[in-house]
Write a protein that binds this ligand. Structure first.
Ligand code: SF4
Length: 683
């Protein structure tokens, strides 16, 4: 019912268009990126790399997308990164996901490569591949304005790339409107490699809800939790405050003190009032926008006279600040705006810039290595030069086209490699656990590192500043609110693991179950096509929408039976499919080992200062949790390979056979890299 009913498959090489019934996949995969992963598994050989024409870019809505409870799509393809030719998913909101559903499609799958620049125009049943030579080279704002003008339709919704994607930079994103992006994994470069400048969609069909009464009751519950229930603290955080009032305390100091700073000695100095993000927000915010139907509208719109106008969401307040020692808010916004227009991921560029600045400080590089520009901490010239050179693929920027790892092996004769990959681990720190990750090595070290990082990093980090934001919502003091948010965390930990303390950074017992439960709610949202922001993945921010409510919403919207058990089984099927496919890719392409040695500094060194002083990742605990996690997910903890029993249980016998045929254990290289990783960390 709430499904559009068709999957649109377009081959840009021969221009063919195919429409496949979504029903072929819904029983086993429900929707969203689970269907996207299945499509890629069926059509893309594991040996294909991200920028090969055979790679398939999938845009995946879910059964709730386009309803009052859904506003997102997930974009999935094999990553453009040389070092990670495995599946990678990035979420994107705005109006586009709903428009795709209204045009009649649940998923769009694009393969092949056009002879020259094109854009895809979809208007209900009409699907056209149009010439885009005149649009190539334009930034993401210009291209959207031009296409809307050409089509004489301001309501057409567009996803596009900028120069970053055109030039194949693996940190490039797909941009929709001004603040929505699919950022991780280089999907912009995947589009660029297909000569695909944009996908423009107009849909007028609407959707039907199977059980309106049940659906509206669930929506009311959701709405009340956001407007009067405890989740309103989340809304307060992302909408009214947008982290701005306390952003400097929360982000700059929190990041530095937790060890995410540019170097272990960095202390954020006392800032002047005019330098604070809160002051910037008060002065220049002209409104808030967000995704279709969402009451949170969590993104801020700014207009800075004499500079530029544009938007920011809470996530980007974290970037282009501490890691590059930039305390100039106008410069932060200038860089952010440029990155959005070039279609480049701010995390990737922040990481690269911070790494170059660290190399410069350490005397490993000089200005001669960066086209005459000194990589001084916080320098506007340095930051804007890095952005320009990388987006255009010019000068030293060319080294970064395939990512920081190949660049680290080239720049300064590879002398900064350790700082890039071991100490800084720039490409990874804020990745979510279930996005584009392959299990590998003993105890699936890398997996656990990422997954537990998300769990272990966020609660203490958010507790550092978040509770001050919530306090006025509840009429409590900061300390009382801290006690309240700890209680919420404990309730969820108990429900999910039986151990109320499982969320605490220092506690290992129950951690694997807590990680898996958090992944389950994120993945369930992805499948459903609703936003995982206001869900129980962040119980410490008051959010309560969990897998039970998501399953009930899918059932009410589609009319298909969808219990919590079925949803969780589908999440598990998706994960095992992705793990197994990624392992097959790893064995074919064989370059994942390059990323495997990555360990964050916080894995090795205790936090140098601040409220978390002395805290460090418990790596032995991580490995123990990793082994438990593997067992929970049906993966052999010694090899990182899904077991035949687990695969057959979710109907993936064919994958069990393929894994057996291709070797039966994780590649020796990755296993060895993981072992080196542990030795290096002193375990
Ligand atoms: S909370 Fe999620 S769905 Fe709502 S506006 Fe923000 S990103 Fe979009």
């Amino acid at each position: 019912m709430s499904r559009a009913g068709k999957i649109l498959k377009v081959d840009l090489t021969d221009g063919s268009v195919e429409k496949i019934p979504t029903a072929r996949y819904t029983r086993d995969y429900i929707g969203g990126p689970a269907i996207g992963a299945r499509l890629i598994y069926e059509h893309v050989s594991p040996g294909v790399r991200g920028k090969d024409p055979e790679n398939m870019l999938t845009i995946n809505t879910g059964p709730l997308t386009g309803t009052l409870l859904g506003n997102k799509c997930n974009i999935m393809a094999k990553s453009a990164k040389m070092t990670n030719s495995t599946l990678v998913t990035a979420g994107m909101g705005g109006q586009l996901p709903s428009e795709i559903k209204f045009a009649g499609y649940d998923n769009i799958a694009i393969t092949g490569k056009a002879d020259g620049p094109v854009y895809l125009f979809i208007e209900n049943e009409e699907v056209a591949i149009r010439d885009a030579k005149h649009l190539w080279g334009l930034d993401t704002e210009e291209v959207q304005v031009r296409i809307k003008k050409e089509l004489k339709d301001p309501d057409v919704q567009i996803a596009c790339i900028g120069p970053g994607g055109e030039n194949g930079f693996v940190g490039s994103c797909i941009i929709h409107d001004i603040q929505n992006s699919a950022s991780q994994g280089g999907h912009g470069a995947v589009m660029g490699s297909k000569n695909l400048k944009a996908v423009a969609v107009r849909g007028t069909k609407g959707l039907k809800i199977a059980d309106r009464e049940a659906f509206l009751a669930l929506w009311q519950e959701y709405w009340e939790s956001l407007s009067t229930g405890r989740t309103r603290a989340y809304i307060k955080l992302v909408h009214e405050e947008s982290l701005s009032t306390h952003a400097d305390e929360y982000n700059l100091k929190g990041m530095a003190q937790w060890g995410y700073g540019p170097d272990a000695s960095f202390n954020v100095p006392q800032m002047k009032k005019e330098e604070l993000l809160g002051e910037f927000d008060r002065k220049y915010r002209v409104g808030s926008i967000g995704c279709a139907f969402c009451p949170a509208q969590c993104k801020a719109n700014y207009d800075v006279p004499g500079l530029t106008s544009g938007g920011a969401n809470c996530f980007v307040y974290l970037t282009m600040r501490t890691p590059v020692k930039n305390l100039d808010t106008r410069l932060w916004f200038k860089a952010l705006d440029k990155l959005q227009k070039y279609g480049i991921d701010i995390n990737e560029i922040t990481g690269i810039t911070g790494w170059l600045m660290l190399l410069y400080q350490e005397g490993i590089i000089t200005a001669a290595d960066t086209d005459g520009v000194a990589m001084e901490w916080g320098s506007e010239e340095a930051i804007m030069t890095v952005i320009d050179k990388i987006a255009k693929g010019e000068g030293f920027g060319r080294h970064f086209t395939d990512g920081i790892v190949p660049a680290a092996k080239t720049i300064a004769d590879g002398n900064g490699f350790f700082l890039a990959c071991q100490d800084r681990n720039f490409g990874i720190p804020l990745s979510l656990p279930e996005r584009g990750v392959t299990l590998s090595g003993p105890g699936a070290t890398k997996m656990v590192q990422l997954a537990t990082e998300f769990i272990w990093f966020h609660p203490p980090y958010d507790r550092h500043g978040g509770y001050d934001l919530f306090a006025p919502v509840f009429g409590l003091t900061g300390q009382e609110t801290l006690a309240l948010t700890d209680k919420w965390l404990s309730e969820f930990a108990e429900k999910r693991t039986g151990n109320p303390d499982a969320w605490k950074p220092e506690v290992v017992e129950g951690k694997a179950r807590y990680v898996a439960a958090t992944e389950n709610v994120i993945s369930s949202s992805d499948l459903a096509g609703n936003c995982d922001g206001p869900t129980a993945r962040t119980p410490h921010a008051g959010c309560i929408w969990d897998v039970e409510q998501i399953a009930a919403s899918i059932a009410a919207a589609t009319g298909d039976p969808c219990s919590t058990e079925k949803l969780l089984e589908t999440v598990q099927r998706r994960r095992l499919l992705e793990f197994s496919y990624n392992l097959l890719c790893e064995r074919m392409v064989g370059d994942l080992a390059e990323m495997s040695p990555a360990l964050m500094r916080t894995n090795i060194e205790p936090v140098p200062d601040g409220p978390f002083k002395g805290q460090a990742w418990d790596l032995e605990g991580s490995i123990q949790a990793g082994e438990e996690y593997c067992t929970l997910r049906g993966v052999d903890p010694d090899t990182g390979v899904p077991t035949r029993e687990a695969l057959e249980k979710v109907g993936l016998k064919d994958l069990a056979d393929k894994l057996e045929e291709s070797g039966g254990s994780a590649s020796d290289e990755v296993l060895k890299a993981s072992q080196d990783n542990l030795v290096r960390a002193g375990v």
